[in-house]
Design a protein around this ligand. Structure first.
Ligand code: PHE
Length: 526
């Protein structure tokens, strides 16, 4: 039966063969550095279990709703995000363009971090504990590892949706999970310090959570689930009839959350074990936690530490690769379809562009890790700058757009009243094939009324906080914040202008176009 599906899938459509392949690929995108290090450290500084609680709430209230919306938007369109938005409303295609710009930006800095993870994997059997500073300051080496990392991702995406992304995800994701569980068990068995580590990580402290913690949890949910950036639309478009959108979204979100929580169960007991043994406290925030503190811990664990280090960073590399794959795919999907380009060439060129842009980001990060303030924008190193532009400002715009487009613009309704009724929306979605059972009405209501408002709040508060940061209870105007926010809105403006000027009245392609391209006589290649 499996074979039957495969043959049919391979013949007729450009997309994932099976539901499991889709889930693995989407989970591959979702599970990334955000799970393995941002989530644990945000949890530890923002109230432990209290943060986890708000995070899970955010995953349910926005995460799942936006994810179902995006996967479904893609699935119904069977096309890239620009076409998918266009199919909901002709004047909304620009949202698809913004959706593409976000993964492009993220791809440029993720590539650098991917290079780091690879370096630390390869270097596991030598001494990783002092490598961060020398490596990050060594431009040539950073570029070298970024290139190798990108080459792996590029080769996978070149293989296509079925033979590249789906196959790789189906192998890599289970491997990642098995390694993670093994590392967690190892770290929980370290003995001294484990309890303190767990306590530090998860002890609920609603005071430490605060409003900022709540915002951080919501933002983290978006980033971690790869929402608000076209990825789930793109992957959803490759989902076949057999994919159940609601169930898949639930499984992806569950898996993503599980990995995030587990990662902390490995990291903090290990860090505190070291502290208990040596009396030295290690820094447990951000990039330093992953690339400086963890290697110090591994070093003190002797031979076992080297092996664990290899698997640990190998796992982080896998997580990064399967995320970068999705970033590359979503951008190239549009280019391939809109301009009838060949997959391999498109991805190769895109990979090179991303690489070139990643170089200044890598240099800037190296400076900042070595305490220098060179090559910054708005007072930030380039990685943090672009991270803020894409995640704080652009992502909510796109997620908001996805909800509003599906909730308000897709089905016109016979009367004005229809437009406001969740039941009407639910009925239309069911007719079209989105089967959510008893959750259908809740989804329709959320996607129409609740989720967009909450996302708008995240956007507005996030933007205001950038422009008017609060220090010791007072808010101040910040030119740097303004630069970040303006950069993001200039990107929005460019997307709007480009769409209306160049794309609105032209065909923007669909998944079938790639099949047609393939059918061209092979002699056409050269
Ligand atoms: N979701 C990924 C993570 O948690 C990040 C990511 C963002 C991946 C955007 C792909 C695209 O790290």
């Amino acid at each position: 039966m499996d074979l039957g599906l495969q043959a049919e899938g391979a013949k007729k459509r450009n997309g994932f063969i099976g539901g499991l392949g889709f889930i693995m690929a989407a989970a591959g995108s979702a599970v990334g550095l955000g799970n393995l290090w941002s989530f644990p450290y945000k949890t530890s500084v923002s109230g432990g279990a209290a943060f986890v609680f708000v995070y899970i709430f955010s995953v349910i209230v926005f995460g799942l709703v936006v994810m179902v919306a995006e996967i479904y938007i893609g699935k119904r369109a069977q096309a890239n995000p620009v076409t998918a938005f266009k199919k909901m409303h002709k004047n909304l295609g620009w949202l698809g363009l913004i959706a593409l710009m976000i993964p492009f930006i993220i791809g440029c800095y993720y590539a650098v971090l991917g290079g780091y993870t690879l370096k630390f994997t390869v270097n596991s059997f030598s001494d990783n504990s002092t490598v961060l500073q020398t490596f990050s300051g060594n431009v040539g080496e950073v570029i070298l590892f970024t290139v190798i990392f990108m080459a792996i991702a590029v080769v996978i995406v070149m293989g296509g949706v079925q033979n590249g992304i789906e196959k790789a995800s189906k192998i890599l994701m289970p491997v990642l999970f098995v390694i993670l569980v093994a590392v967690v068990i190892y770290c929980l068995c370290l003995g001294s310090g484990v309890k303190e580590g767990l306590n530090f990580y998860l002890n609920p402290d609603f005071g430490a959570l605060g409003f900022n913690g709540v915002l951080a949890a919501m933002g983290q949910a978006f980033f971690s689930l790869s929402l608000g950036m076209g990825i789930m639309i793109s992957y959803g478009s490759y989902a076949g009839e057999n994919v159940k959108v609601g169930r898949s979204a639930l499984l992806i979100a569950l898996f993503d959350t599980l990995v995030a929580v587990l990662a902390g169960l490995a990291i903090f007991p290990a860090i505190y074990h070291y502290q208990a043994e040596t009396g030295i406290a290690l820094q447990n925030e951000g990039i330093v936690l992953m690339f400086a503190s963890m290697p110090i811990v591994f070093k003190t664990l002797g031979v076992a530490g080297k092996i664990v280090s290899f698997f640990f960073f190998g796992m982080v590399t896998i997580a990064a690769v399967t995320s970068v794959i999705s970033l590359l795919e979503v951008v190239s999907q549009f280019l391939i379809q809109r301009y009838s380009l060949g997959r391999k060439k498109t991805i190769a060129v895109l990979g090179v562009i991303v690489l070139v842009l990643s170089i200044p980001i890598g240099i800037s990060l190296g400076f900042s890790l070595n305490g220098k303030q060179d090559l910054t924008i708005a007072g930030k190193n380039l990685l943090d700058f672009f991270d803020l532009v894409s995640n704080t400002v652009l992502m909510p715009v796109c997620a908001f757009g996805a909800c509003v487009a599906l909730g308000w613009f897709t089905f016109k309704g016979e009367s004005k009243k229809d437009r406001f009724r969740s039941k009407y929306l639910n009925d239309r979605l069911e007719e079209e094939g989105l089967k959510l059972g008893k959750f259908g009405m809740i989804f329709a209501f959320m996607v129409k009324y609740v989720t967009p408002i909450l996302i708008a709040v995240i956007e507005v508060v996030g933007v205001l906080e950038k422009v008017f940061p609060v220090e010791s209870g007072k808010s101040y105007f910040s030119l740097n914040g303004l630069i970040i926010v303006l950069t993001a809105y200039v990107i929005v403006l460019i997307a709007v202008v480009v769409y209306f000027a160049l794309l609105k009245n032209k065909p923007t392609g669909s998944n079938e176009d790639e099949l047609i391209e393939k059918k061209k006589p092979s002699g056409a290649e050269k």
